[in-house]
Design a binder for this molecule. Structure first.
Ligand code: FAD
Length: 335
């Protein structure tokens, strides 16, 4: 087994945070993953699974194995005139997968264009953007159970997907290694134009390519490129609160940004809450809040995960004191 020793994880996380792994392996085959798991169990090592590292906050070293899942392959498992079912290996880069599907005339992922990371990580937080979520297209998740090495196919219905949530992030955290996902895509475009920003820019007869192009354009406008400025996208999830609490808040803050979920709950815009506290664009040494996007924490270089988490705590405390709302951190924190 080819494990590298004492490896810097800085190139493997989009925040560019410094951390080292005692062992590192980039696995390109399933049998390598099984070997890795066996050794991890035998030697009682800590295991950190990494995809593209775009949703990770590394605030300490890994005294074990950092395992980068790099399985590749996109296979059409079923196709008819209406739909195509694709099995996508976990290490396939998500943005390229979306482009590949569009080119083949397989639709349904266009609103999820350009979300960084890998296909294997997509079910962890049920990636979503511009009115769409992975769960709408996902049939099942192929996994290896970390402790037993047994292969399983988990139907999407068992994953309890909701807004930026799944069992992989909750009850099943660190239980499975995801090796592939199976998606069902349509051949007839069914455009999702719910998001106001997209609708405005559409031509008279829009197609999925128009949606993808507009989503990419908006994302480039709104989000910093991690290659230029370390970040993990949205750092906090939009808080979901009881409609009653929102009504009380509205009495105090007439311009409160919220979205009615229709089930007695409302979703608040976390970025708006942060911005209202005057925290947009602040800097604490090497870390800060992005000057255009209050939901994105950034690493200017030379900082640490600890500094970033201290800033996150400062933001959470300030927002809680002002609005009585608790912000939850979206990325996986290794502290
Ligand atoms: C600029 C930017 C914009 C973003 N925009 C969005 C957005 O619009 N919507 C959205 O939902 N997210 C967004 N994100 C977050 C991120 O893109 C997603 O969470 C993505 O799915 C992470 O994929 P990854 O491969 O980089 O995962 P990683 O960061 O490598 O890992 C994230 C978590 O998944 C686990 N994991 C990774 N691969 C596997 C595997 N094969 N098996 C088991 N566990 C695994 C890791 O252990 C970790 O807990 C954004 C991030 C950035 C940097």
């Amino acid at each position: 087994m080819d494990w590298e020793h004492n490896v810097s994880l800085q190139p493997y996380n989009s925040l560019g945070l410094p951390a080292r792994a005692r062992f590192f392996h980039q696995a390109t085959k399933e049998v390598e993953l099984l070997d890795d798991l066996r050794k991890v169990i035998k030697d009682k090592l800590e295991l950190l699974v990494i995809g593209g590292g775009s949703n990770l906050v590394l605030a300490r070293d890994i005294d074990g194995l950092a395992l980068k899942v790099d399985l590749k392959g996109i296979e059409i498992v079923e196709e008819n005139e209406k739909s195509a079912t694709l099995r996508v290996a976990a290490g396939e880069p998500w943005p390229e997968l979306v482009k590949h599907c569009l080119k083949r005339g397989f639709f349904g992922l266009e609103n999820l264009s350009d979300i960084p990371g890998t296909a294997g990580a997509a079910p962890i937080q049920n990636i979503g953007a511009y009115g769409a979520e992975l769960s709408q297209r996902l049939l099942s998740v192929s996994v290896i159970e970390q402790t037993t090495g047994s292969r399983q196919e988990i139907p999407a219905a068992d994953c309890r997907f909701s807004y930026r949530q799944s069992r992989f992030k909750g009850l099943w955290r660190d239980r499975y290694l995801i090796t592939a996902i199976t998606l069902k895509l349509t051949k007839q475009p069914q455009l999702c134009l719910d998001h106001a920003g997209i609708q405005e820019a559409m031509p008279t007869h829009p197609g999925p390519e128009d949606v993808a192009r507009e989503v990419c354009r908006l994302r480039r406008l709104k989000l910093p490129d991690p290659k230029l400025l370390g970040n993990a996208g949205s750092f906090f999830t939009n808080p979901v609160i009881e409609a009653r609490q929102a009504k009380d808040m509205l009495a105090e803050h007439a311009n409160l940004r919220m979205y009615d979920l229709g089930d007695g709950r409302v979703k608040l815009a976390a970025g708006w809450l942060v911005e209202q506290c005057g925290l947009k664009g602040i800097r604490r040494g090497s870390v800060g809040v992005h000057k255009e996007q209050a939901l994105v924490l950034v690493h200017h270089g030379g900082g640490t995960g600890r500094q970033l988490l201290d800033l996150a705590e400062e933001i959470r405390t300030t927002v809680q004191a002002r609005f009585g709302v608790k912000l939850e951190i979206e990325p996986r924190v290794v502290a």
